[in-house]
Design a protein around this ligand. Structure first.
Ligand code: UDP
Length: 242
């Protein structure tokens, strides 16, 4: 169904660290960060309140650190610090194109950004600022997917958007299996029972318990984020109803 005005009033966009890597093997691709910033600006200029959770997998993942013998919790803290770097890069790209932003970190870093304060974050959004949530949940053994679902619930978002490299959820990896088919809609339980790789199970469960739709779309498709807001283009929506 297509709409003439945005279907959501407030959304949280989860951007993985990998999405910011572009075609590189590691770190940030400046062009990619700028492109994503442009996508966010176009949705914000439609009057939608936008907040972001940025991953850190392009720099450091706790699980890889643990595999080298490092204590898992310590490695996870390093992963969370990586998300702060990405958040600052995104803040800089957004502000360069005139979008007011605030970064709030779940691990306080008062010289760099604000600490996470829920009511303050809501107020920023009401004032039209894009709030970027950094450092995940602030707890080891979690992921930024779970942080995204948690913040979406806390902020009272109407939807959790997951920008990926493909235009929705498929029966199999479309890059490996040419017969893979895309779902238009899915139920949370189907995602869990079929073990579809959308977000981790705790993120899906949190979204399900709080009835927040998850919309999976292609962040690499120019104008894709704005299209999804209008119910156009290709995406998969995950709700209780499917
Ligand atoms: N992380 C964590 N707790 C959180 C969020 C993230 O410990 O609440 C750590 C974890 O080590 C993870 C890393 O931060 O591997 C980077 O986040 P993630 O892998 O979710 O990033 P993405 O895959 O989205 O780029």
């Amino acid at each position: 169904m297509s709409f003439s005005t945005p279907r959501f009033r407030r959304v949280l966009l989860k951007v993985s660290g990998e999405a910011l890597m572009g075609n590189r093997q590691y770190g940030l691709d400046v062009d990619m960060v700028e492109r994503v910033a442009g996508e966010i600006r176009s949705v914000q200029s439609m009057g939608v309140q936008v907040c972001l959770v940025i991953g850190g997998g392009n720099i450091f993942r706790g699980i890889s650190g643990a595999a080298t013998g490092m204590e898992r919790a310590t490695a996870d803290y390093m992963g969370m610090l990586a998300t702060v770097m990405n958040a600052l890069a995104m803040q800089s790209a957004l502000e360069r194109i005139g979008v007011a932003t605030r970064v709030q970190s779940a691990i306080p870093m008062s010289s760099i950004c604000e600490p996470y304060i829920r009511r303050r974050a809501v107020r920023h959004m009401e004032k039209g600022r894009v709030v970027i949530f950094a450092a995940g949940t602030g707890n080891p053994f979690f992921t930024t997917d779970t942080a995204a679902a948690l913040r979406a619930v806390e902020m009272g978002c109407d939807a959790l958007l997951k920008g990926t490299q493909v235009d929705g959820v498929y029966t199999a990896d479309p890059k490996k299996d040419p017969r893979a088919e895309r779902y238009d809609s899915l139920g949370y339980l189907e995602v869990l029972s079929r073990d579809l790789k959308v977000m981790d199970a705790s993120a899906i469960t949190l979204a399900r318990d709080n009835n927040i739709p998850i919309v999976v779309f292609n962040l690499h498709h120019a104008g894709g984020f704005a299209e999804v807001m209008l119910g156009r283009g290709l995406f998969t929506i995950i709700t209780n109803e499917a």
